[in-house]
Design a protein around this ligand. Structure first.
Ligand code: ATP
Length: 425
C-alpha cells in the first residue's frame, strides 16, 4: 500500500513523514482511516485527513502542534483534535475508540481501544479501511471488513445488523455516499435500512444530529440525487409531515444549482454563496411560514439561516410579482432586494420563469456591492446642513437618484443633496 501513499501530493506526503516521526518518538501506532483512505483508493482528492492513534491522541496533537506551529483545536472531552495545516488541508486526530450503544439511537459510551475497535464502530465497510503511517509496518493496508472489495463492486454495506438501530443517522449517510459515488446499497443493508425507516428511527434521535447530516447532503455537489433517493426510501416526513417532493421541486432544485453556478462564475470576486442554504430553502419551498418555522426550530438551525429561509418563504411571491411589473425603477428593485441575502435572491431568481424578473435580479447583482455615492455625511456637513437623522434620508434619496442615473457626478450629487436639504428646511 506504500504505492498508494505515493498518490498523495508532495505536501501531504511530507506531512505523513512528520506524523510517522512523531509517532515513533511517542511509541504510538498511527493510522490514516475513513474517508481519506476510501478516496485515495478511488483516486479522488480528499484533503480532510483522519488519523487515529493507538495511544493518546491529544498528546500526539500537542506534539504535532508544537512541531509545526499550526493552529490546533482540541476537543479534550472526546479525545480528538483538529489541526489546520493550511486553508484547505485539515487533519483530524483521534484516540482509537471502542463504542458501546447503551440504548438505540443514543450517543455511545466511549472508551480507549485498539484500531480494530475503532474500525468496527464505523458506518460502512468502505469507510472502515486504514493505512498504517507509523513503524513498524509503515504503509500497511488494513481492511478487516472487505471494504476494498465493496469499493470495487460499488457497494455500500454496514458492518453489523444493528448498525442503523445504533445510529439512525447512518440511513442518511448511506444514501449520501451511495448517490455521491453512484454505488448501490448492498441487499441486506438495503433491507435493514428499510426496516429502520419503517420503525421511524430517524424521528427518535436528537434533531441536531439529523440536521448535521441534512446539511452534509445539501453540501453535496448534486444534492438532488440523495434527496430523491431519500424520498423514495424513507419519504421526507422525518423533516416535516407536510414536506412533499413533487416534480416541481426537482425542477426548482435543478434551477437553483444552475443559478448558483452562473452566479459563482460571473462573480468570482464576490463572497461565495452558501449553496446549501439555497438548497435548504428550496427544499422548504411550498411550506407555510408556520411549518417552515417549525422545521427550522426543531433542527435548531442558526438564526442567520432561519432569517434567510423565512424571508424567502414570506416574500418570494410578492417580490416576483413586483419585479414582473413593466417600467419598474431600478431604485425600486434595489430597495426591494437589498435587505435580502444573496442566497434568498438567487432562489427567487431560480423560482421565477419570467425573463424580466431574472434580468432585474441580474441588474441588481451588477449594482450591489459596487454602488457607492461620491458624497458622504462630511459633504453634507460642509454644505452647512445640520446633522441628524435627515443625513440618512438625504443620502438615501441621492443614492436612489444615482441608481436611476438621474445624477452621475460628484457635483450633481452635491447639488441634489443641497436641494433636498432646502426642501426639508
Ligand atoms: P466526506 O467525504 O463526506 O467528508 P467522510 O467519510 O470523511 O466523508 P466524515 O463525516 O468526515 O465522513 O466522517 C469521517 C469518518 O468517521 C467516516 O469515514 C466514518 O468512518 C466515520 N463516521 C462518521 N460518522 C459516522 C457514524 N455516524 N457512524 C459511524 N462512523 C461514522
Amino acid at each position: 500500500m506504500k504505492e498508494y501513499l505515493e498518490k498523495f501530493s508532495a505536501e501531504v506526503r511530507e506531512l505523513i513523514a512528520v506524523l510517522r516521526r512523531l509517532a515513533g518518538e511517542l511509541d504510538y501506532n498511527a493510522y490514516l482511516v475513513g474517508g481519506c483512505v476510501r478516496d485515495l483508493l478511488l483516486g479522488m482528492k480528499n484533503l480532510d485527513l483522519d488519523i487515529v492513534i493507538e495511544g493518546d491522541g491529544i498528546a500526539f496533537a500537542e506534539k504535532l502542534s508544537a512541531h509545526l506551529g499550526v493552529k490546533v483545536v482540541f476537543h479534550r472531552r472526546f479525545g480528538t483534535a483538529t489541526c489546520f495545516i493550511h486553508s484547505h488541508l485539515k487533519l483530524d486526530i483521534a484516540t482509537c475508540r471502542r463504542e458501546f450503544y447503551p440504548e438505540p439511537g443514543h450517543l455511545p459510551v466511549v472508551s480507549a481501544g485498539l484500531l480494530k475497535d475503532d474500525l468496527f464502530r464505523r458506518d460502512f465497510t468502505i469507510n472502515a479501511m486504514a493505512i498504517s503511517i507509523s513503524d513498524p509496518g509503515f504503509g500497511r493496508f488494513i481492511d478487516l471488513f472487505n471494504g476494498r472489495s465493496d469499493l470495487n463492486n460499488k457497494k455500500i454495506r454496514i458492518l453489523h445488523n444493528l448498525s442503523f438501530v445504533d445510529d439512525p443517522t447512518r440511513i442518511l449517510r448511506a444514501v449520501r455516499f451511495e448517490q455521491r459515488y453512484g454505488f448501490r446499497l448492498e441487499t441486506a443493508t438495503l433491507s435493514l435500512l428499510k426496516k429502520a425507516c419503517q420503525m421511524a428511527l430517524l424521528e427518535k434521535i436528537q434533531a441536531q444530529r439529523i440536521r448535521d447530516e441534512i446539511v452534509l447532503i445539501l453540501k453535496e455537489d448534486d444534492p438532488l440525487k440523495p434527496l430523491k433517493r431519500l424520498k423514495q426510501l424513507t419519504g421526507l416526513g422525518f423533516i416535516n409531515k407536510h414536506l412533499y417532493f413533487p416534480d416541481g421541486k426537482s425542477r426548482l432544485l435543478k434551477k437553483a444549482a444552475s443559478t448558483i453556478r452562473h452566479f459563482n462564475r460571473l462573480s468570482p470576486l464576490r463572497r461565495r454563496l452558501e449553496g446549501w442554504v439555497v438548497y435548504l430553502t428550496a427544499l422548504l419551498d411550498g411550506l407555510s411560514s408556520g411549518e417552515a418555522k417549525k422545521v427550522l426550530n426543531k433542527f435548531v438551525f442558526a438564526k442567520g439561516v432561519q432569517r434567510r429561509v423565512l424571508s424567502y418563504i414570506k416574500e418570494s411571491d410578492k417580490i416576483i410579482r413586483v419585479l414582473k411589473k413593466p417600467q419598474i425603477k431600478s431604485s425600486r428593485v434595489y430597495n426591494l432586494l437589498e435587505p435580502l441575502s444573496y442566497e434568498t435572491i438567487i432562489l427567487i431568481k431560480a423560482k421565477s420563469s419570467s425573463s424580466k424578473v431574472r434580468k432585474e435580479i441580474d441588474c441588481f447583482f451588477n449594482l450591489s456591492g459596487f454602488m457607492r455615492l461620491h458624497i458622504s455625511g462630511c459633504d453634507l456637513n460642509a454644505l452647512g446642513i445640520k446633522s441628524g437623522p435627515c443625513y440618512q434620508e438625504i443620502l438615501k434619496k441621492v443614492l436612489n437618484a444615482r441608481i436611476d442615473a438621474r445624477v452621475n457626478t460628484l457635483d450633481e450629487e452635491l447639488a441634489l443633496a443641497s436641494r433636498l436639504a432646502k426642501i426639508r428646511s
